[in-house]
Design a protein around this ligand. Structure first.
Ligand code: ATP
Ligand code: MG
Length: 406
């Protein structure tokens, strides 16, 4: 169905009590941003739901493509606003019956306005009977082949025919800001996705080996990943930090097996400062316990020792196959597996310590001027816009790709 209107039912934000207004307004803003290319959209807050209006009708698929990436939405439906009048509502349903016969159907009604003279059940029976008279179709309450939804709000009624699942979660912006350590790998984009899902504004920070190695490729890959996460609400900019020189200093001073831990401690310090400047309160990484040497509990502890902010690790309990599945679903996988230099690859030691002690790590780190290295990295950090979301490619349900909005 082509429609100018959609009704949006939200997920957990209904539970937030007196904060509800803030949650609803934030969700409304995220919806407006996501519909920018077909907008401007206006969003009206009805009891327990939002009514979205566009200047022109768009196809159902266009609604689905956009709203399925807006966190905070439980489900939504293109809808027809109508007067709160049973005869009119019946007529709208009869006008929108499927053109081919269906084996069974069901009418579902819900009332926010309890002063409406008919109960939900009476509405369902009345309209259901009219559909039966006209078509002879069977009613099936448990597994209908076709459904119509009638919602009675205060100032309007809404008639919808297909409900679509939203991504759940909380609207981006209600949970505060975090800095995401974004490599070019598979895991960290997925970690960023999960933080967006819980309502955080996510600021990506990417480290590369510049001025050495193929840092331009690394930078391009990170930028492409950020751009692809834009539809989910990822920040439209990222911090890019060349750390080739500080890494050299570490190579000269530290035994090979400890280098990786020291690189990570350097990253944590730099990312923390960049995050603080943006008003953020925590760091996020793509660590998954035991996946590689730097992700044992001992290594995580030795890295976290350099941090003062909490380090959040949303993938900590996930298996690689689960992470890959999610990366595919959100469209970052094919970018992550593109050949591109892992930061630090050419400075990567052949052997990595798997159970470092915090004391040993601190002692080795004391051989370099760590504060000076952090400052050097911060001096070279750049805050770069990622360009417009219009170029974003999202995989469709079958995993192939089409330009957004096509
Ligand atoms: P990923 O697939 O996210 O790169 P990984 O399994 O390769 O993860 P590591 O390379 O050990 O694991 O990195 C662990 C985490 O450290 C990453 O998930 C990311 O959050 C952070 N990290 C690693 N390298 C970088 C980098 N070059 N820039 C920013 N963050 C990084
Ligand atoms: Mg990696």
């Amino acid at each position: 169905m082509e429609s100018r209107y959609a009704v949006v039912h939200y997920a957990e934000i209904g539970l937030k009590g007196h904060n509800r207004g803030f949650f609803e307004r934030t969700l409304a803003r995220r919806i407006q941003e996501r519909l920018q290319d077909v907008g401007p959209a206006s969003v009206e807050r009805l009891p327990g739901r939002l009514l979205v209006r566009l200047p022109r009708p768009i196809p159902e698929t266009a609604w689905v493509e956009r709203l399925r990436t807006v966190f905070g939405i439980a489900y939504f439906a293109p809808t027809i606003p109508a007067p709160k009048d049973l005869a009119t509502l019946t007529e709208i349903v009869l006008r929108h019956l499927p053109s081919e016969p269906v084996p069974s159907f069901r009418i579902r009604a819900s009332r926010a306005d309890k002063s409406f003279p008919f109960t939900s059940q009476e509405i369902e029976r009345h309209i259901g009977a009219a559909v039966q008279r006209q078509t002879g179709w069977r009613v099936n309450l448990s597994e209908p082949a076709w459904e119509a939804y009638i919602e009675i709000a205060y100032n309007t009624a809404l008639v919808s025919f297909a409900r679509h699942r939203g991504p759940g979660g909380l609207p981006v912006g209600v949970s505060g800001r975090v800095g995401l350590l974004l490599s070019g790998g598979i895991d960290s984009p997925v970690a960023g996705y999960f933080m967006l899902k819980r309502g955080c504004e996510v600021i990506p920070i990417h480290f590369h080996s510049g001025p050495f190695g193929d840092w331009a490729a690394s930078e391009a890959k990170a930028t492409a990943i950020v751009r692809r996460l834009r539809p989910y609400g990822m920040a439209p900019w990222l911090h890019i930090v060349p750390i080739g020189e500080p890494q050299r200093a570490i190579v000269l001073a530290a035994p090979a097996p400890y280098r990786l831990i020291l690189y990570r401690r350097l990253m944590v310090r730099v990312a923390e400062e960049l995050t603080r400047r943006e008003g953020g309160l925590a760091l996020v990484t793509g660590d998954s316990l035991g996946q590689v040497a730097s992700q044992t509990l001992e290594s995580l502890a030795a890295i976290e020792d350099a941090a003062t902010m909490p380090i959040l690790r949303p993938l900590i309990g996930m298996d690689k196959v689960e992470i890959i599945e999610r990366a595919r679903a959100i469209g970052t996988y094919d970018l992550s597996i593109m050949p591109g230099e892992e930061c630090c690859q050419f400075l990567m030691p052949p052997k990595v310590v798997t159970r470092p002690s915090v004391e040993a790590v601190r002692e080795i780190e004391a051989r370099v001027e760590i504060e000076a290295l952090v400052r050097q990295a911060l001096d070279q950090a750049m805050r770069v816009p990622v360009g417009e979301a219009a170029s974003v490619l999202l995989p469709d349900a079958h995993g192939s790709e089409h330009p957004r909005g096509a």
